[in-house]
Design a protein around this ligand. Structure first.
Ligand code: SF4
Length: 279
């Protein structure tokens, strides 16, 4: 199964492109020296639950909810025995709270039944837990034990990797393959945190702050990044000509817009032609 296979880290003599990427990352890392996982947690169990809850929602919302959740259910055993309705009442300020309730109770039951109440330390075992995919598993492995088996590719990592020219891919799985081939394994965990910090503070999806960015002298998208790596434009590009290269997304989007504007304007009912002046 592909999800279980280990990705190959960079080997051999690094190419010029890899060296340049590592230099860019070094500068970003120095700038975001405090980069870290922004989900509040005190142990691997809390981190695992918080990461599952963070799907399709922000870390800020999760951090508002988890203090109540962990006060009531501090470990896998207590959460495994929790009545779903009680957990739903705590989670109901976030989207998909019923499904998330099911997942965190289900994963707690599995931790109790199969892992001696502990969070497993391998990707293969983590992704067997309800609600845990490759991304969540690598967050836990990276943050809790610094042993990720890949790079976490969320929306920020995706967008910034594309803007920096580190990848031309558009799916998280393929972008992850490019990143693990480009960076040594010891950088995988911090790579995600630094790019996520950069995406939240400088390289915004809309209106990236290129003027204040520490890598604006070497970033290939500097000062024209607005249309690079944004999801809606990737979809537009794919729709237009099946383009799979993100760096061509802006061009494709412009072409689609031009194509659209070339169409005759639809006729409005009852207004077949210009009105004649009265009299
Ligand atoms: S120069 Fe602009 S596009 Fe490039 S990484 Fe910095 S903020 Fe993002």
């Amino acid at each position: 199964m592909a999800a279980k296979s280990k990705l190959a880290p960079a080997r051999g003599r690094p190419t010029a492109a890899r060296l340049a990427a590592r230099d860019t990352f070094r500068r970003l890392r120095e700038f975001h020296a405090d980069a870290h996982c922004e989900l509040d947690h005190k142990n691997p169990f809390e981190l695992l639950v918080a990461t599952v809850l963070s799907a399709q929602t922000t870390d800020v919302i999760v951090n508002r909810i988890t203090p109540d959740l962990f006060a009531a259910y501090p470990d896998a055993r207590s959460l495994a025995a929790a009545p779903p309705a009680d957990v739903e009442r705590i989670l109901n300020r976030m989207g998909m709270f019923r499904q998330k309730t099911k997942n965190i109770i289900g994963l707690s039951k599995k931790l109790v039944a199969e892992h001696n109440d502990q969070v497993p330390r391998s990707l293969a075992q983590l992704i067997e837990l309800p609600g845990v995919g490759r991304k969540t598993a690598n967050v836990v492995l990276g943050v809790a034990w610094n042993t990720p088996e890949g790079v976490v590719v969320d929306t920020h990592v995706q967008r910034i990797s594309q803007r920096l020219g580190w990848t031309r891919e558009t799916t998280p799985e393929k972008i992850e393959q490019d990143l693990v081939a480009m960076f040594p394994k010891e950088h995988w965990d911090m790579l995600s945190h630094v790019l996520i910090f950069h995406g939240r503070r400088v390289c915004f999806a809309r209106k990236p702050s290129c003027a204040t960015c520490v890598v604006n002298d070497i970033c290939p998208s500097a000062f024209h990044a607005e249309h690079v790596g944004r999801k809606s434009l990737i979809r537009l590009a794919a729709k237009l000509d099946g383009a799979k290269h993100t760096l061509g997304a802006a061009k494709a989007a412009r072409a689609l817009k031009a194509k659209g504007s070339a169409k005759p304007a639809p006729k409005r009912p009852g207004r077949a032609g210009p009105r004649r002046a009265a009299g």
